[in-house]
Design a protein around this ligand. Structure first.
Ligand SMILES: Nc1ncnc2c1ncn2[C@@H]1O[C@H](COP(=O)(O)OP(=O)(O)OP(=O)(O)O)[C@@H](O)[C@H]1O
Ligand SMILES: [Mg+2]
Length: 359
C-alpha cells in the first residue's frame, strides 16, 4: 500500500499543507515542535478515525479555526475526514460514510513511536485498544460486533444501577452478550496466535538475543465455549448486582508480554523492552499483510534516535522491503544517506520537499 498525497487544512499547527509522498523511503526532517508528529498523527487518523495521542478531537483543530480537514490518496482511493466541534464526517471517494467500520481498513499504517514503550505499564484498557484497533484493520465485522457488545454492556450497567433490576431482562442481555463474546474472543485468539507465530523470530533478528518472547492472551474464560461464558456470567451475577457494574467479560480482557515466560515488566531491560515492542510492531505488519494481502505503510516517529547504530541498521533492513515508509527525525540518520530517500522539511507548520542541498 502506498500513500500518494496528503492534504491538511487547519490540522494542529498546519494551516494548509499538501505533500506528495514517494514509494519507498520518505524522510521528514524538522526541529522540535515544528509539526513532524502532527503529520504522522494525521495519517494515523485517516487510518483509524482517531488520534493515537488524544481522545478529544477538538484539540486537533488548529487553534482559532472552526474545522479541520484531512485528506489523502492511497492506492487510488481518496479518504477524507472533516473534523468539526460536534463530531466528524467521513468520505470515501467523495461518498459520505456513516459507519466508521466501513472506513477503517481502507488505509493501513503501522506506527512506531517512542511512546509505544508505555504499552507494558499502561492499563489493560490501552492494550485492549491495541488489540481492537489491529483486528479492526482487517475485519470490519469485528468492530461492528464489538460496538454491539459495548452497547449491550451500557444497557446492562444501567440496569444494574436500578434499585431492583429485572433479572429476566438481565438474562436476555447476558444471552446476547455471550453470543457476541464468543466470536470476539475467537478473533482475539487468532490475532494473538498470529503474533506469536513470528514475534520471537522478529525479536531475535533485531536484537541478536536468544530470549523467548511471547504474548499471552488474558481471556475472561478458560475455554471459549458457550458453557464457559454462561458460567462466567452466572458466577458474576451476585457480585454485579452488589457493585452495580459488569465486573467480568471481554471488556476486561488483556494481553501480557512475556520474556522467557515471565512478565516483561519484571525482567526485561529498557533496551530489551524496546526490541520487544519493535518486534511486536513488525509482527503486526506481517499480520496485516497476511490477512489483507497488502503491506501496511510504515510510519516511524523519531524512533532511530533511541537505537544504537547496529539496531538502526537492522530495523531499516527489516522494513526496507515494505512499499512505503514515512520517517521523522531531527537530522538525517547516517544509514539513510545511502538509501534512495525523498526528503521533506517541516518548519512551523509548513512542509516542503527539500531541494538540491540534501542530495
Ligand atoms: N490545535 C492546535 N493548534 C495549533 N497548534 C497546535 C495544535 N495542536 C498542537 N499544536 C502545536 O504543534 C506543534 C508541533 O507539534 P509536533 O508534536 O508535531 O512536533 P514535532 O515536530 O513532532 O516535535 P518533536 O521533535 O519535539 O517531537 C506544537 O508546538 C504544538 O503546540
Ligand atoms: Mg514529535
Amino acid at each position: 500500500m502506498k500513500i500518494q498525497e496528503l492534504n491538511l487544512r487547519n490540522y494542529r499547527n498546519y494551516d494548509k499543507a499538501s505533500v506528495r509522498f514517494e514509494p519507498g523511503m520518505n524522510l521528514i526532517l524538522g526541529n522540535n515542535a515544528q509539526g513532524k508528529t502532527n503529520l504522522l498523527e494525521s495519517l494515523v487518523y485517516l487510518s483509524l478515525t482517531r488520534s493515537f495521542r488524544i481522545n478529544e478531537d477538538e484539540k486537533l483543530i488548529r487553534d482559532g479555526c472552526e474545522y479541520a480537514m484531512l485528506e489523502c490518496t492511497a492506492d487510488n482511493q481518496r479518504l477524507k475526514i472533516i473534523l468539526h466541534p460536534k463530531g466528524k464526517s467521513l468520505f470515501l471517494n467523495k461518498i459520505p460514510i456513516r459507519k466508521s467500520s466501513e472506513f477503517i481498513g481502507k488505509l493501513n499504517v503501522v506506527l512506531f513511536t517512542p511512546d509505544d514503550l508505555g504499552i507494558f505499564q499502561d492499563s489493560p484498557r490501552e492494550r485492549r485498544k491495541v488489540i481492537n484497533q489491529e483486528i479492526t484493520k482487517i475485519s470490519s465485522r469485528y468492530l461492528t460486533e464489538l460496538n454491539q457488545y459495548m452497547n449491550l454492556l451500557k444497557d446492562r450497567n444501567l440496569l444494574l444501577k436500578r434499585e431492583k433490576p429485572d433479572e429476566v431482562y438481565l438474562d436476555t442481555l447476558d444471552e446476547k452478550m455471550i453470543e457476541l463474546s464468543g466470536t470476539i474472543i475467537e478473533q482475539r485468539k487468532k490475532f494473538i496466535a498470529k503474533i506469536n507465530e513470528v514475534i520471537d523470530e522478529e525479536f531475535r533478528g533485531l536484537s541478536g538475543m536468544q530470549e523467548k518472547i511471547e504474548v499471552r492472551y488474558e481471556s475472561c474464560v478458560k475455554e471459549n465455549t458457550k458453557e464457559d461464558l454462561a458460567e462466567m456470567y452466572r458466577n458474576s451475577r451476585r457480585r454485579d448486582l452488589e457493585t452495580h457494574v459488569t465486573g467480568n467479560g471481554i471488556h476486561r480482557e488483556d494481553m501480557t508480554f512475556l520474556m522467557n515466560g515471565e512478565n516483561v515488566i519484571y525482567c526485561a531491560s529498557q533496551g530489551q523492552k524496546r526490541m520487544i515492542i519493535l518486534a511486536f510492531k513488525l509482527a503486526l505488519m506481517r499480520y496485516i499483510e497476511e490477512m489483507t494481502g497488502q503491506k501496511a505503510v510504515v510510519l516511524l516517529d523519531d524512533v532511530f534516535s533511541e537505537l544504537d547504530a547496529e539496531k538502526q541498521k537492522r530495523l531499516i533492513q527489516r522494513i526496507r522491503n515494505t512499499e512505503q515508509c514515512i520517517i521523522t527525525a531531527a537530522g538525517i540518520p547516517s544509514f539513510l544517506k545511502s538509501e534512495n530517500t525523498a526528503i521533506y522539511l517541516v518548519n512551523d507548520g509548513e512542509i516542503r520537499r527539500a531541494g538540491a542541498e540534501y542530495e
